[in-house]
Every structure is written in structure tokens, then in C-alpha cells.
Design a protein around this ligand. Structure first.
Ligand SMILES: [Zn+2]
Length: 423
């Protein structure tokens, strides 16, 4: 499994040095708290065995949770950060760039700089089907999904291109040098658990060492030289991780990410929402029908761009063009209304409790242990890439589509593809 690292050498080196700083800090905190405050001061000098044992039990509990969530977060961001696949053009482009680097050519030719800025014009573009088999997806004005020119592929809802790792990341949050990679939907839960346990760990070190220092000051005994550096370290990392935890908890409660927050008050999302076949565009919205129609037929009955889909027969007979689009796709045709959210509306907001469960899991063990990934990493539902709730209902109501969206022409929910009830 390839390791996903930053494309910038300076960042790569930073992420390699940081674990050493963390190990040194934790080792020092352990020496100051376990060796000096608990063992030497509380137990040997003052005989407060009960207090020392209580502190030690909590200390090793938080240490264990902190280390395990850290390792889970680091391995996830390096090995499986949740990135979307590259399109064929991007794969070829990157292979050519790698080849040139091997040959010592820094890529002065035009080919090395070419980016496929505009979306794939092919109506049967690979990957499109993953969008129009769902009931809702984020789209552009023409009803097609967003396109990533760097990855040469369609962008899933809430996926963003990270220039740091040069890939599109699902539900991208931020690049974290402390865990050495991109925090996205696969790692966000472990990241939050890590910052929470680290804040608790630092609070314990800070409280226990500061309390020992206060006793020494009050009694006029000599002050342990390791207490003040330990307090400074614990206060620094404690404050930092506490603020990260508070911010992350806020994002979880709102079902937002760092990226979603940028300009969130004025952000407008455009959604393709499935409506019954035959629904026409109105002055309020346009519709798009998938599979997209092919260009006009040529005089010989063939279609432009058809050669791509023709297969060479093994018996050597003449290849035949695919059947006409309406015959080919009639049953699989799906129509979508292109709707806009109000500025600042977050279509994925499900209310605080459901927002929490989509990231942190459905039970207490999921919340506290870094074992299972967030439920929101599962994109197999035909409803959409991520669940939607009351906000989508509000949008449909504004467009007077409540009675027909995601229902067939007789008003029955289109459940043939396993749609679950959204409420
Ligand atoms: Zn991308």
C-alpha cells in the first residue's frame, strides 16, 4: 500500500521530525510526573500513597488512549486517507512526469505542464454513473458533477483537491503536520479522539505537577527543578489540543469541515435532485437527464464519439455501433432537477445528534475507542454520498418539488434502488 505524503519536501521533513519532539515531550512529562511528583515527592517525602496511585492510574489510562489514537490517526492519514481515484489522463500524466524526473529532465516541455482543465466531454465518461445512480449529488450549472482538473476525474460531494498531497480527499478537513497527513473523513474521528485525550493528558500533568509545586512553595521546601518545565510543556500542548478539540467538536455538531467553513455564510450549493422521468425544466429550475445524450447522429446512422464504445468481436465480424440512446438507456434514464441552496445553507446538516453519530459512531464504544471508522465513510447508499435531512426538505419545499422529488410519477417513493427513509 503506497504511503500518501506531502508533495513538499519541507513538509515531509517536518512531519518526520515532529514524532521525535512528541516522544521527547511525553518522556519528559512521564519522568516529571511519575518519577519526581508521584514517586519521589508524594510517596517518599509526604506518604500520600493513595493520591499518587490515583494520579498514576489516570496518567497511564490517558497515555494509553493518547498513544493508541495517535497511532490510529497516523496510520490512517498515511495509508488510507480517503482519496478519490485518479482519472486515466492524470495517471498517464503522472507516469510521464515520473519518467522525466528519473531522466533528470525537469519538465520544460509543454506536455509536462498540460492540465486537463475542462471536464471530460464524453457522455459516457467513466465515473459519471456513480453520481446519477444516486438521488442527490452536487452539480455544476449543466447538471454534471464538479470536475477536478488535477486528478482528471469527477469530484464526489464534499471532496476537495489538496495541493499538499495532490489528490482529491473525501470530506477534506486540514493538513495536520502533528499526525503527518491530510485529515479527511477516514481520519477525522481518530484525530478528534487524539486531541481530546491529549488535552486530558496535559490537564492531568499540569494539575498534578502544579499542585506538587504549590505544596513545595507553601512548605518552603526546595523546589523540584523539573516541575516548571513540565508545567510549561503541559500548558502549551494542553491549550493547543484543547482549542483543536473545541473547534473540531463544533464542526462535528454542525456537520462541517474546515473547508466547508470557508465562506460558509454566503456559500451556495447546487444540487441535482432526482425527479420523475419526463419532468420538464421550468422558469425556477432546469433539469438534466442521464445518461447524457450523445451528439447528433451522422448521416450513416452512427454517432460522433461512438468508436470508444465499440468492441471488436472475437469472430472477426464487423464491429457494430451501440443501439440508439433511447433504446439503450430508456429503463435506466434518470432525470434530475438542478436546485440551489439558500446562501449559508448546509445541505448535510442533520441536526446535532445525527451529525455527531455520522462522524463519531452510533455507540459509546465507537465514541471513545479508535477502532471503527466513522459511519459517514460509507458511500454505498443510493440516497447520496452523505445523508441529507431537513435542509433538503426545505429546499424541495421552496421549489414546490416536495410531492415529486425522489418519487415516481404516481407519487410513490422510488425505492427500487434501496432508498432508505431520510427522516
Ligand atoms: Zn483532485
Amino acid at each position: 500500500m503506497p504511503v500518501i505524503e506531502s508533495t513538499r519536501p519541507a513538509t515531509r521533513w517536518t512531519t518526520r521530525i515532529i514524532p521525535l519532539i512528541l516522544i521527547a515531550s511525553v518522556s519528559y512529562a512521564t519522568y516529571a510526573l511519575v518519577g519526581r511528583a508521584c514517586s519521589r515527592f508524594l510517596i517518599n517525602q509526604r506518604g500520600e500513597v493513595g493520591t499518587a496511585i490515583a494520579i498514576l492510574v489516570l496518567y497511564f489510562l490517558f497515555l494509553l488512549l493518547m498513544v493508541s489514537t495517535y497511532l490510529r490517526a497516523v496510520t490512517t492519514v498515511l495509508l488510507d486517507p480517503g482519496i478519490s481515484p485518479l482519472g486515466p489522463q492524470a495517471i498517464q500524466r503522472r507516469e510521464r512526469a515520473k519518467e522525466r524526473r528519473k531522466q533528470g529532465n525537469r519538465g520544460s516541455d509543454i506536455e509536462s505542464q498540460r492540465y486537463y482543465g475542462s471536464p471530460d466531454p464524453d457522455p459516457d465518461s467513466p465515473g459519471l454513473e456513480q453520481f446519477y445512480t444516486k438521488d442527490v449529488f452536487v452539480c455544476e450549472n449543466d447538471g454534471r458533477p464538479k470536475w477536478c482538473s488535477e486528478c482528471s476525474n469527477w469530484k464526489a460531494d464534499r471532496a476537495h483537491h489538496s495541493s499538499e498531497i495532490d489528490r482529491c480527499v473525501y470530506r477534506m478537513d486540514h493538513y495536520c503536520p502533528w499526525v503527518g497527513g491530510m485529515i479527511g473523513e477516514n481520519s477525522f474521528k481518530f484525530f478528534v479522539q487524539f486531541t481530546t485525550y491529549t488535552a486530558c493528558y496535559c490537564a492531568l500533568v499540569l494539575g498534578a505537577v502544579a499542585s506538587s509545586l504549590r505544596k513545595q512553595v507553601n512548605e518552603g521546601s526546595s523546589i523540584d527543578p523539573h516541575f516548571i518545565p513540565a508545567i510549561v510543556l503541559a500548558a502549551f500542548f494542553g491549550l493547543f489540543t484543547f482549542l483543536m478539540t473545541v473547534t473540531s467538536m463544533r464542526y462535528i455538531s454542525l456537520n462541517m469541515t474546515n473547508v466547508d467553513m470557508l465562506g460558509s455564510r454566503s456559500k451556495v450549493y447546487q444540487l441535482a435532485v432526482r425527479v420523475p422521468r419526463g419532468t420538464q425544466s421550468t422558469d425556477k429550475f432546469n433539469v438534466v437527464t442521464y445518461p447524457l445524450s450523445k451528439p447528433n447522429p451522422l448521416p450513416n446512422g452512427w454517432y460522433n464519439g461512438m468508436t470508444r464504445t465499440i468492441s471488436i468481436r472475437s469472430n472477426g465480424s464487423e464491429p457494430q455501433p451501440n443501439p440508439l440512446p433511447f433504446a439503450r438507456d430508456d429503463l435506466a434514464t434518470r432525470t434530475f432537477a438542478i436546485l440551489k441552496t439558500a446562501p449559508g445553507e448546509n445541505p448535510w446538516d442533520l441536526g446535532m445528534w445525527r451529525n455527531w453519530k455520522t462522524v463519531m459512531g452510533t455507540n459509546v464504544f465507537d465514541w471513545i475507542l479508535p477502532i471503527r471508522r466513522s459511519p459517514c465513510v460509507n458511500h454505498e447508499s443510493y440516497d447520496g454520498f452523505y445523508p441529507m435531512g431537513y435542509v433538503l426538505d426545505n429546499i424541495l419545499a421552496r421549489y414546490n418539488l416536495t410531492d415529486i422529488a425522489m418519487k415516481d410519477s404516481s407519487g410513490v417513493e422510488m425505492k427500487e434502488l434501496g432508498r432508505e427513509n431520510r427522516s
